[in-house]
Design a protein around this ligand. Structure first.
Ligand SMILES: [Ca+2]
Length: 158
């Protein structure tokens, strides 16, 4: 019986091994890239939260209170965000800080053109705002990478 053996070129097994290695490397690179992208977005969110916190502090110094938003209803997040933007916009010092938030994160995608803008997280979801009188400080909530509120990856300034 003759055995078939390639003297030149590569065997099917060698090709499969190379394909498997390339697939594995590609998966690793995509995974690392996604993680780096999420980390940079988390840092972006920290910056936005820090700006909103200083704007809220200025608001508090000016008015003696924080904008009140006790409702916890994630379906109304755009309304909460618009309310936060509108309130902070009323106080000159807060408005100045608000203007430091990148334009790409301040958009008016809900409501009519003359309604206040909403503030977005780096994943493109509206930021929620909540403040119950008696709390130490308002809460700013991002839906996180999965863009869904109420899940484990949500990020809060608290
Ligand atoms: Ca989430």
């Amino acid at each position: 019986m003759k055995s078939y053996k390639y003297k030149h070129g590569v065997t099917l097994v060698e090709i499969l091994v190379v394909v498997a290695i390339i697939a594995l490397l590609t998966t690793m690179v995509i995974g690392i890239a996604a993680r780096i992208s999420n980390q940079s977005k988390e840092r972006g969110l920290e910056c936005t939260c820090a700006l909103l916190e200083s704007a809220l502090q200025e608001y508090h110094e000016y008015t003696g209170k924080f904008p009140e938003q006790p409702e916890k209803n994630f379906t109304n997040v755009p309304v909460h965000s618009e309310y936060l933007y509108k309130e902070l916009h009323l106080i000159p010092e807060s408005r100045e800080i608000l203007e430091k938030i990148p334009d790409s994160l301040v958009k008016n995608e809900y409501g009519a053109a003359d309604t206040p803008a909403e503030i977005y997280d780096p994943w493109g979801t509206v930021l929620d705002y909540r403040y119950v009188p008696g709390d130490n400080f308002p809460e700013i909530i991002s839906a996180g990478p999965d863009k869904i509120f109420g899940t484990a990856d949500d990020i809060s300034n608290k």
